[in-house]
Design a protein. Structure first.
Length: 312
């Protein structure tokens, strides 16, 4: 029970931090920062900050077994590509609309976990997912602006890739500490997004003076959101964390209204109510027993560890 409470608390904290990310990111882009420069700076700064904290206070968290490292590199590479799509899309569409489209990732997580790790959603999970569909539709209909089609496709692609990295990290988190998985995932993301920015040929120098506050805020929420995200995944599972993560949409909508001037209508709030109903139903969910015997992710385990035993 304590593990579940810790998982729910961590997932909700992650959702709050993640909900702030598109607002800071959009603000930096509005101040002239290139989207790829924004994602490169926020990822590398968050990775550097976590590395320094671990190096100074918890060096034992630097250890990771080879298969676990490979899993983190795989998840980080996938999420790095998703981040490039996310911030490129954010340069074309509003933060509120972007976060709305990104909020489809629980549906993608369910499909990925069924395919990769042989997990099946409960009936209550399916009901909660079905509640999100009209909620997302109502919020989308409330926006009267024309939506950039390429930006929409980029954001859906980012959502798909973000969903894929969750079950991979969940598998590694079965036997590795949260800070360790977070660090190597962020380093792998940095290895993807930094070269992408360099090859883009865009410069951050003209705009960094005015946008440094937004970039710093984005880096800090990235740092805290990753730690709390993987802590939630460790104690609760990727599917439930994804559903609780829908509350980040509420954070984005409110902050987009306060900071970016994006309005909220009555139709939007009706969708918000449906999302809240779906989120409060998490109390009835049961945490599934996680076993080391999986399908496609079976290779992500410590050397010599049996594949048919549950975790202690």
């Amino acid at each position: 029970m304590q593990s579940r409470i810790k998982g729910v608390s961590a997932a909700l904290a992650s959702a709050i931090f993640l909900g702030m990310a598109p607002v800071f990111g959009k603000q930096a882009i509005n101040l002239g920062m290139p989207p790829l420069g924004v994602v490169a700076l926020r990822t590398s700064l968050a990775a550097l900050l976590l590395f320094l904290v671990i190096l100074l206070f918890r060096k034992k968290y630097l250890y990771i077994y080879p298969a676990g490292l490979l899993g983190c590199l795989l998840a980080g590479g996938i999420n790095g590509l998703g981040s490039l799509l996310y911030y490129s899309a954010l340069g074309r569409i509003d933060a509120s609309v972007g976060q709305l489209l990104y909020s489809f990732y629980p549906l993608f997580v369910m499909l990925w976990m069924m395919a990769l790790d042989n997990q099946h959603p409960s009936r209550l999970t399916l009901i909660r997912l079905l509640l999100t569909l009209p909620a997302l539709f109502l919020i989308l209909q409330a926006n009267n602006k024309s939506v950039d089609l390429l930006g929409v496709m980029m954001m859906l692609g980012a959502s798909l890739l973000y969903a894929l990295h969750l079950p991979i990290n969940q598998r590694v988190l079965l036997d590795m500490p949260t800070p360790t998985v977070t660090l190597y995932t962020l380093l792998a993301m940095s290895a993807v997004v930094i070269p992408a920015y360099i090859f883009s040929g865009n410069s951050i120098i003209p705009s960094i003076q005015s946008a440094w506050g937004a970039v710093l805020g984005l880096s800090l929420v990235t740092f805290f959101s990753r730690l709390t995200l993987f802590m939630g995944v460790k104690h609760l599972g990727g599917m439930q964390v994804a559903l609780l993560g829908l509350s980040e949409l509420l954070v984005t909508l409110i902050l987009s209204h306060l900071w970016l001037g994006e309005s909220l209508s009555l139709i939007q709030w009706s969708g918000v109510i449906l999302l809240l109903i779906s989120l409060t139903m998490v109390a009835g969910e049961k945490t599934p027993v996680q076993r080391l015997k999986t399908r496609w992710l079976n290779w992500l385990r410590p050397p010599g560890y049996p594949t048919n035993l549950p975790l202690p």
